[in-house]
Design a binder for this molecule. Sequence first.
Ligand code: SAM
Ligand code: SF4
Length: 326
Amino acid sequence: MLYDNHGRKINYLRLAVTDRCNLRCFYCMPEEGIQYVPRTELLSYEEMERLLKLLAPLGIEKVRITGGEPFLRKGMLDFLARIAQIEGIQQLNITTNGTLTANLVAKLPEIGVSSVNLSLDSFDEKRFFEITRRDVFPQVLETFHQLLAYKIPTKINAVVMAGKNIEDIIPLVELSRKHPVSIRFIEEMPFNGKGSNGETFIWNYKKILQHIKEVFPNLEKIPDPPHSTALNYQIPGFTGSIGIIAAYSRLFCGTCNRIRLTPQGMLKTCLYDAGVFNIRDLMRSGATDEQLITAFVQALRNRVKDGFEAERKRRPVRESMATIGG
Ligand code: SAM
Ligand code: SF4
């Protein structure tokens, strides 16, 4: 089993399968995009499968596929089907922008996908365009409707940004009235590919909560599942729920059970660290399975306590979330 030096069990891997994206979300990438790494530097499907087959017996039971936009990578459905079969992987989840997925949704349950997080920061087409800089709102909406139609457990991710989508908070909350979805409001993190230390960060979890309570004073706290990054709430009588993710305030570090692999195979033991070693290089230099396992175990022996400690060691942040996976 994988444990870190703070006694935390690690059972969750977030795998960013590509740094490419067809959107340019304001909070994630500059308008001109980011410098993509050459394809040969991305982990291949075979390399990712090899790693998952090594990590599952060590207790990694939950995997999230993210990116960049995962569905830009050719052969994604076949890859998902193969990793869902790996013994020990109990949950296979996806985070997607939903632009390319409407006609794939029907296939997800049969290949073993457990749930989908759909990024949707606004239900207003004009604001959606201003945030993502791409005119693809109808496609994302169609994915949302398909997810509901096929009863796939769905969370909506909305990054809260001053001057961009504050007027969307309440309409997004309203979605949980009739639909069995969790609407998650995420504090904006400084991972936008431009270099920033979060100096424009205003909408913290307290402010988001207060804003919702002004309209829904009966908002109730509900229990948070173990290792939840979200503080969870519900409005009595509503079908769905609300989550607030204090991603920049970092309320959840204490119970962190997750590691990340970037598209180039960099292991991150904290969202806020710069990466602790490159597993792709180790694999491509001919490392045995035992050597790869040892590398993971050792990296976790030196894990930072929390995102503040990680950040102190590496300021300023310059990367885009598309190269981390969120
Ligand atoms: N392209 C897919 C998508 O947008 O869902 C997957 C990758 S995206 C990097 C994963 C998640 O990170 C998305 O829900 C996105 O909203 C979130 N994200 C990206 N940049 C962020 C930032 N600067 N602060 C907070 N969340 C961010
Ligand atoms: Fe692309 Fe997702 Fe980043 Fe938006 S948040 S630019 S969809 S990777």
